[in-house]
Design a protein around this ligand. Structure first.
Ligand SMILES: Nc1ncnc2c1ncn2[C@@H]1O[C@H](COP(=O)(O)OP(=O)(O)O)[C@@H](O)[C@H]1O
Ligand SMILES: [Mg+2]
Length: 227
């Protein structure tokens, strides 16, 4: 387990509702995320895991409460843009890669958004694909890859711009058991190697137990439980 480092994200009394307040999803939740740790957000379908990840990643804004992510305020549009470009990596249940493009072309997309040089982009891509064993697949199109290879590509894409925080929303949810376990292990290894904090939404107990902390999402609240 990594040493707990700097606090990267702080949520304090955060609430979020949908449908003009009729669907109350998060009811004054608080959470701290530290550098180097992997936290499981564990809860049933519909409990609010994705909602919380979206708030942490600047993809949505809270109705109430305080939120600071990598020293930025996700209520500001400029800060949300900075978060999405530089500070946060997102991995979704369905990879959300561009199917007609190759692995390499998909990995170039985030680098384009921050204007990284061709040489630095090349070096970053090579290092990441090497780590997850995707080197031989670099010029293959996403549509020709297996589910596990697609998710490994998606993890590399999320790490391209060297984020401090990796937000993963049921990244193994569409994979078979063995492939899911492999993808989880890669993500954990990369997180530890690159020193990023990971917040992993999952409904699977076995993945939650392999994280450093388990935070249960239930009835609009968070509860830290022993792993
Ligand atoms: N944009 C939205 N509009 C209306 N309801 C939403 C929206 N996003 C999520 N919800 C509702 O909020 C609840 C929590 O959803 P979600 O965060 O996706 O849960 P989980 O990821 O744990 O499955 C669900 O009842 C869902 O239907
Ligand atoms: Mg979800």
């Amino acid at each position: 387990m990594s040493e707990r480092g700097e606090t990267l994200a702080i949520a304090k009394g955060v609430s979020k509702s949908f449908d003009a307040g009729r669907i109350r999803v998060l009811d004054g939740v608080s959470l701290k995320v530290h550098a180097g740790e992997m936290i499981a957000l564990w809860g049933a379908s519909g409990s609010g895991k994705s909602t919380l990840l979206h708030l942490l990643g600047g993809l949505d804004v809270p109705d109430q409460g305080e939120l600071t992510v990598c020293g930025l305020d996700p209520r500001s549009e400029a800060h949300r843009l900075e978060l999405r470009r530089h500070r946060i990596g997102f991995v979704f249940q369905l990879h959300n890669l561009i199917p007609d493009l190759t692995v390499e072309e998909n990995l170039r997309v985030p680098a384009l958004a921050i204007g990284r040089t061709a040489q630095a982009t090349r070096a970053r891509i090579d290092a990441l694909v090497e780590e997850v064993g995707l080197g031989p697949r670099l010029s293959h199109r996403i549509q020709d890859l297996s589910g596990g290879e697609r998710q490994r590509t998606a993890i590399c894409r999320a790490l391209m711009n060297e984020p401090r925080l990796l937000l993963a929303d049921e990244p193994t949810g569409s994979l078979d058991e063995l492939t899911g376990a492999t993808v989880f292990a890669w993500m954990k290894r990369l997180a530890e190697k690159h020193g990023v904090a990971v917040v992993l939404a999952t409904h699977e107990r076995r993945f939650a137990e392999a994280c450093h902390r388990i935070v249960r999402v239930r009835d609009g609240r968070l509860e830290e439980i022993a792993g």
